[in-house]
Design a protein around this ligand. Sequence first.
Ligand code: KG4
Ligand code: ZN
Length: 355
Amino acid sequence: MRVLGIETSCDETAAAVVTEAGVVLSDVVRSQVEAHAPYGGVVPEIASRDHARAIVPVIREALARAGMKPGDVDGIAVTSRPGLLGALLVGLSAAKGLSFTTGKPIVGVDHLVGHLLAVFLRRGEAEAEAPVPSYPFIALLASGGHTALYRVDAPRLSAIRELGATRDDAAGEAFDKTAKLLGLGYPGGPVVDRLAATGDASRAKDAVPRSMAHRESLEFSFSGLKAAVMRHVATQGKPPEGQALADLCAAFQASVVGTLVDKAVRAAKVEGVPRIVLAGGVAANRGLRARMAEVCARQKIALFVPSFASCTDNAAMIAYAGALRFAAGEADDLALEPSTKTALPRVTRKGAGLR
Ligand code: KG4
Ligand code: ZN
């Protein structure tokens, strides 16, 4: 089965063709980063308009790279939630148009489920034999819009349980907001990651507290970090480029990474599941990858980390999640509607929760 995936939930216009075995036949991602950079974050109206301009060429390119025509696909999978409503509508309209004209079935995919299954994607020879987790596994999803821990018992929405999520900012949002405060541009994650590599966290650790360190809770809170960096900048000024800036980035990153690693490992222990999967844009962070590998090795937990291209937003993960829905005999129809919310049941509410 070859499925065309379409993703427009936030600031990437993406299309891909993937088999139900997760083999990526093509994967096109057109980032809108430059359009949003002057504003330091995603502007919904700009996102919708940019998706509308890009969607047809991006789908054409994904089909061409896979050597296919629209009628050659066995089905169309599209991100229907969660995301920006106007942005989702562009992908949904394109998917419905294609489904209508080709007569191929359509399925909606929850973007978060796509991220959680991205570890199964196979990109080229290099990943053909890469180890994949058995079920159940614990997934740490950390992106610009979401940060949560899940127990994944099977590759379907009803078999995925949220164990705890952030009560305020997502981890990627914390990177982006901190980078903005330090004048490092948008998106902040990659820049902070790069600077942190040359910094010494111990020299700036007093400037950045450890977030939600209570060991029992599987919930996160990152908004205090941004406030701490803001206070630091207000009292001491923005560190100039150089060692002081690198040290502050290292301290900030160490705080976020420490919390993510501790809670993921705790979730594995609580659930009695010695397998952790990383997902989402923040999983591209080199500090997180290194620390997670170190702690998991010590704790005898198997760690599965997708390639960079599978961590950040892409349509291959949507095509794959959709292919599994088709394989299970499921499909939607042209009445499929977008939603700003995930379909996964949530245990943490913003600003409140289990604690
Ligand atoms: O998954 P993603 O591409 O989009 C969302 O669904 O949000 O994640 C984007 C987020 C941004 O906040 C970005 O700053 C962060 O992932 N990010 C990183 C790194 N690369 C991307 N954060 C930390 N370190 C990185 N290397
Ligand atoms: Zn995402």
